[in-house]
Ligand binder design. Structure first.
Ligand code: CP
Length: 306
């Protein structure tokens, strides 16, 4: 079994290609097999943003592994009253075995990881969403048998999901195309990192042309046009992103066997049409289920299981 003993997962780039493959293999096994942690362990969920899938899938995964979960809502801890991250991290370190954090700045997550000796998992920051992309790659592998050489096209905002998809696809030997409006491209540092991981073996393409990006792709992927924390910009973004919707017309340009993914929650009629998300090529519900299997594999690998 892949051994990430005691390690943090702050970015997908914390994994090697081999570790990613082994983690996806374990996640697929855990869909039908039971596994228990070597000893009773406690996971803390410190989420400063709303969550349905990540919160519930981490909780159920930990319970099924024989562990326990504490939901550390910032509103009922001293976090919301401004206790320094360094202090919270050193205290939680003394109680918990692993901590999953959802917050705004990647820097805050990194400070937590620096001050806590226990493993820290990125459950979403403004920069990355690695746990989401583990489930995405697992879903693509289930559909196509392997990942190597496939092309994933992401259409929409160059956000945290786009950033982690670039890293995940590069590690998995996939081509990745990111189509965004001008000014909404993914983080240039992460683009550079993904290109370095791809090592000229696969493509990491940025474009403003969604039709070019969709051509013959195996996977079309999108996310909301305004992420958590960007609500005030949402209305202004609507006309800018209109051409970046996954519609039946855009899907018709992809490979005929293409699948459609969305990390959810979705805004039907904005980034994706009702017909596509509910259509025969949509795999979004399998993708959402796989969050639980992928995170169970991650927890088992970090904490040790038998
Ligand atoms: N995709 C995702 O992270 O969903 P939640 O925000 O509901 O956790």
């Amino acid at each position: 079994m892949v051994a990430l003993n005691g390690r943090d997962l702050l970015s997908l780039a914390d994994l090697s290609s081999t570790e990613l493959q082994e983690l996806l293999q374990l996640a697929t096994q855990l869909k039908s097999q039971k596994l228990k942690l070597q000893s009773n362990k406690v996971l803390g969920l410190l989420f400063s943003k709303a969550s349905t899938r990540t919160r519930v899938s981490f909780t159920v995964a930990m319970y099924q592994l024989g562990g326990q979960v504490i939901d550390l809502n910032p509103n009922v801890t001293q976090v919301s009253r401004g206790e320094p991250v360094q202090d919270t991290a050193r205290v939680l370190d003394r109680y918990l075995d692993v901590l999953a954090i959802r917050t705004f700045a990647q820097q805050e997550l990194e400070t937590f990881a620096n001050y806590a000796k226990i493993p820290v998992i990125n459950a979403l920051t403004d920069a990355e969403h690695p746990c989401q992309v583990l489930a995405d790659l697992m879903t693509i592998q289930e559909c196509f048998g392997s990942l190597n050489g496939l092309t994933l096209t992401y259409v929409g905002d160059g956000n945290n999901v786009a950033n982690s998809l670039m890293l995940g696809c590069a590690l998995a030997g996939m081509n990745v195309r990111i189509a965004t409006p001008e000014g909404y491209e993914p983080d240039p540092k992460i683009v550079e990192q993904a290109r370095s991981l791809a090592n000229n073996q696969t493509e990491v393409l940025l474009t403003h042309d969604p039709e070019l990006a969709a051509k013959e792709a195996a996977v079309l992927y999108t996310d909301v046009w305004a992420s958590m924390g960007q609500e005030a910009e949402a209305d202004d973004r609507l006309p800018i992103f209109q051409a970046y919707q996954i519609s039946e017309q855009l899907l018709s340009l992809a490979d005929p066997q293409a699948i459609v993914l969305h990390c959810l929650p979705a805004h039907r009629g904005e980034e994706i049409t009702e017909a596509v998300i509910e259509g025969s090529q949509s795999r979004v519900w399998d993708q959402a289920e796989n969050r639980m299997h992928a995170q169970k594999a991650l927890l088992a690998s970090i904490l040790g299981a038998q």
